[in-house]
Design a protein. Structure first.
Length: 244
């Protein structure tokens, strides 16, 4: 199986390394930054191809930021002879774009729910139009130790409102108001929150911005914080008990 990975970032490299190791696939990278494609190819053990190359591949995997996923799918789906796959982070939009761009081919949307350096982990799978190539990809992910579970695009995107947009907003809001407190004053809860702040702020700010733009959730966190701030003692107690 020969695979083209569109996007030479961390997630594209993770996908390429996984299918190369566990599906005996040959991999190629393309990226608007040709030097990034070459660096990824060197790191993974593949090759780099120009973004305007006309070569075809059994599988084309789109691993680009969410805002440009649809455009990348439209551009590179014609190079796929078997399957088009995306690992962009949202699902409803990419699945619809893949349906339009490759209506008669195999289509697979994946969301690894972890940073590549933390692999393996849970991988959400929407097998919109399965076939031998998409099954080989999922088998490779499972062989690498990932827990691949099937879902729908709607269920996935709804869950991301809580586990990504709301969670990130809550952690970052705490970071914005938290003072630099000496360790001797920390409680188990505050220390855990500061650990989360360090984890969240250690990532790519553009990725987190794209998540907030793609999924609802931050406004609900803001509304809930205001409700708690405005509550008198009795109201606060009722809110607390409702959550217990």
């Amino acid at each position: 199986m020969n695979v083209l990975v569109v996007g030479a970032g961390a997630m594209g490299r993770w996908f390429a390394r996984t299918v190369r190791t566990h599906a005996d696939a040959s991999v190629a990278f393309t990226d608007l930054d040709q030097s990034a494609a070459e660096a990824a190819a060197d790191a993974v053990g593949g090759r780099a191809v120009a973004s305007d190359a006309a070569e075809t591949f059994d599988v084309v995997c789109v691993a680009v930021p969410m805002p440009v996923a649809g455009a990348a799918i439209d551009e590179f789906a014609p190079l796929a002879t078997g399957a088009i796959v995306d690992v962009t982070g949202s699902m409803a939009g990419p699945v619809a774009a893949m349906q339009d761009a490759m209506p008669d081919g195999q289509r697979l949307s994946l969301h690894p729910l972890f940073a590549p350096e933390n692999a393996p982990g849970n991988v959400a799978v929407v097998a919109d139009a399965p076939g031998p190539e998409t099954e080989a990809v999922v088998d490779a992910l499972a062989a690498a130790g990932n827990n691949c579970f099937e879902t729908t695009a709607a269920e996935h995107d709804k869950a991301m409102e809580t586990v990504q947009a709301s969670a990130h907003a809550a952690v970052l809001a705490f970071a914005m108001v938290a003072d630099d407190v000496p360790d001797r004053f920390q409680t188990p809860i505050s220390a855990g929150l500061f650990d989360l702040v360090e984890q969240v702020t250690g990532g790519d700010p553009r990725v987190y911005a794209d998540i907030q733009d793609a999924f609802d959730g931050a406004d609900a966190v803001a509304d809930a914080a205001r409700e708690l701030a405005d509550a008198d003692a009795d109201t606060f107690e009722r809110l607390y008990e409702r959550l217990s």
